[in-house]
Design a protein around this ligand. Structure first.
Ligand SMILES: *Cc1c(COP(=O)(O)O)cnc(C)c1O
Length: 644
């Protein structure tokens, strides 16, 4: 199996690991993916070994592993980048970030961020009432900010105002013109003035998936005329003094730094003008959008960004400083709501492959009196076999052969339908067609610029790797918005992956598959994978999925949450499992749909008693059935793997 020409570096290059995974992920000497949760100098854990050790503790695949040190590292990188930029440009102000809770609302994640963000007074951003409840109760640091975004009703606004009396630094950001009057009424009634912000609807162009977050028709924010009328209304209500913050958010995963710069120029101009119009201001909130380089190509393409974190921080700081300096306005405290950039890297989803489905490989030997179509297919196969290898062979000949094979296969199908061909002969025709396909594909493997039909051969021949996973639960963005996440095998990386495949999940839905993969600035329909050996676990990791996937995931086919584990490094390459969150059991998902598991089981008990009385079921088998039902209720919704 081992190919002496292949090695770990080649795998790293092939899957792009060195580009998107650095500094956290690399391939170790065993050919396994290994993680260095504390970054370059830190200790490492072999992911394959880790999964084995977790399985020994009765945790089941698929597993979502969160590396808390990576979360902390990412948070630290963000603050370091802004600190450097502030020093470099002599910015006479500071940076104070918040985490947009919608990115990952999980309790242990938010708590961890609050805890390790304390030294920077890192705060939270809420976009709904439920998120506000999380933010309100978890931030106890009086210096951390609590940014109240999202659409608000009177109760949301009153809660945010009263939070100020609890000692929370809550700032209510006006997203819609209608919220202004609510704020005025609530503040009069409660006798407390809130800190107020305005979200501006920028006209700067954006690109990518979330481009509709800007422009005249955008769903969020106030247009310039609305901002000016808000200023007047606030002034009349004696609240202009409380207008402290200006905010924009032009969509997530901004791929091109030019877009960021444009928006920053526009927002800085508005900031300075608001100041001149008498608003005290003091905070500029540049929203989210800081991108993640999912494929590591450093390009302005969908799965990448053409800028680094440092470039981003530099541009924010420099653009705002330049405008404020030129207008003699004090520079604001800078806020960003960077969610994706903080929360993507720390979680790794690991799933196992159950089996591989592919087209038949065997070439059936010739029988007597085979029908004409079968005979024709055999001749076609022979024609391909006798084409000379070395000489500059004729692609046209191969194309012709492939067209013939497809034609004969169709003929065979017609003949079968009309009753002239047996099921056995139909099977022969399919086997021979795929034998032709494989042979042609083999001949062409070194050629580029193939005609379309022949290019498609590799997807025709590709393998379906059946994954113990629901993409609707664990990687919903791959389905909903064609997002690309890096995926790769976790083992056998010193061995050349000889197959091409895509992943199909457990759901009974043809959409339940992953068939787009990162490819250095582009995407490809198939991933290089190893030949599956049913006797040996084959683990696949999906990386950089820590943002958004968990809350967006759904219960399609009633596949529930996976087991989740938090890992924290302790000295000497040791780790500590700081939290285990067991995944949904079948009872949990049934309850989510309004079923009562006990009642379901009771109905089946009654049915089985009836069958016992009718002599259709013996007591032992009935008991076996009842045991299965009871255990299923307590167990995970995924398939149990052999080695666990
Ligand atoms: C979603 C959202 C964010 C987070 O964006 P990222 O690109 O994940 O950093 C920040 N602010 C607002 C208003 C949002 O809606």
């Amino acid at each position: 199996m081992a190919d002496s020409q292949w090695n770990a570096e080649k795998s790293s290059e092939l899957y792009g690991l060195g580009r998107w995974g650095s500094p956290y992920f690399f391939i170790n000497i065993l050919g396994h993916v290994s993680v260095r949760p504390r970054g370059r100098q830190g200790e490492c854990i072999d992911l394959v070994k880790l999964v084995n050790e977790l399985q020994d503790r009765n945790l089941n695949l698929p597993l979502l592993i969160r590396f808390d040190n990576i979360l902390e590292s990412q948070l630290e990188s963000l603050h370091t980048a802004f600190k450097r930029a502030i020093t470099r440009y002599n910015y006479n102000g500071r940076y104070q970030g918040v985490f947009p809770v919608k990115c990952n609302q999980q309790r242990h994640v938010v708590e961890k961020l609050i805890c390790c963000g304390r030294r920077w007074n890192f705060g939270l951003e809420a976009g709904s009432k439920a998120e506000l409840l999380i933010a309100l109760s978890l931030i106890e640091n009086r210096d951390a900010l609590l940014i109240c975004n999202g659409y608000k009703d009177r109760r949301y606004i009153e809660t945010a105002i009263l939070a100020k009396r609890l000692g929370r630094r809550s700032i209510i950001v006006i997203e819609q013109i209608g919220e202004v009057q609510h704020i005025i009424d609530a503040s009069n009634q409660l006798g407390t003035k809130p800190l107020i912000g305005i979200r501006a609807r920028l006209s700067s162009r954006s690109t990518g998936r979330w481009r509709n977050s800007v422009g005249e028709k955008a769903k969020f924010g106030l247009s310039v005329p609305e901002i000016l009328s808000t200023l007047k209304i606030l002034k009349d209500a004696n609240l202009l003094e409380e207008l402290r913050l200006l905010h924009f958010h032009i969509g997530s995963q901004i791929n091109d730094i030019a877009i960021v710069k444009n928006a920053l120029q526009e927002i800085s101009r508005i900031y300075v003008e608001l100041h001149k119009l008498g608003a005290p201001m003091g905070y500029l909130n540049v929203g989210g959008g800081l991108g993640v380089d999912y494929d590591g190509s450093k390009t302005a393409t969908v799965a990448s960004t053409n800028y680094s974190l440092q470039n981003y921080a530099n541009d924010v700081v420099a653009t705002i400083k330049e405008e404020c300096d030129s207008q003699l306005v004090d520079v604001p405290t800078l806020i960003s709501e960077s969610g994706r950039a903080i929360a993507s890297h720390f979680s790794v989803l690991i799933f196992n492959i159950l089996r591989v489905g592919n087209l038949p490989e065997a070439i059936p030997s010739e029988g007597e009196n085979e029908p004409l179509v079968i005979h024709n297919l055999r001749n076609t196969l022979r024609d391909i076999q006798i084409l000379p290898y070395e000489t500059d062979f004729n692609i046209n000949k191969l194309q012709e052969a492939w067209n013939d094979a497809l034609k004969f296969k169709d003929d065979a199908l017609d003949a079968f339908r009309l009753g002239y061909l047996s099921l056995t002969d139909r099977s022969l025709s399919e086997q021979l067609t795929w034998a032709c396909a494989r042979l042609i594909h083999e001949r062409l493997s070194t050629k580029n610029d193939l005609p379309k039909d022949l290019q498609d051969l590799s997807s025709v021949l590709s393998n379906s790797y059946y994954a113990n996973l629901s993409i609707f639960r664990s990687a919903p963005d791959t389905w909903a918005i064609q997002q690309l996440f890096p995926l790769m095998p976790l083992q056998r990386l010193q061995e050349k992956p000889s197959e091409l495949g895509h992943f199909v999940d457990l759901t009974c839905d043809s959409d339940g598959q992953i068939n787009r993969f990162i490819s250095n600035g582009q995407s490809k329909p198939l991933l290089e994978l190893h030949k599956f050996n049913p006797n040996e676990p084959y683990l696949i990791g999906m990386f950089l999925g820590g943002a958004y996937q968990e809350a967006m995931g759904n219960l399609h086919n009633l596949f529930g949450t996976t087991d989740v584990i938090h890992i924290r490094m302790i000295s000497g390459n040791n780790y500590q499992i700081s939290h285990v969150i067991k995944g949904d059991t079948n009872a949990d998902v049934l309850q989510a749909m309004g079923h009562d598991p006990e009642q379901l089981i009771e109905r089946l008990r009654i049915a089985s008693e009836q069958s016992i009385r009718d002599n259709k079921l013996d007591i032992l088998s009935a008991q076996r059935l009842m045991n299965h039902l009871a255990s299923s209720m307590r167990q995970s919704t995924y398939l149990e793997s052999k080695n666990s």
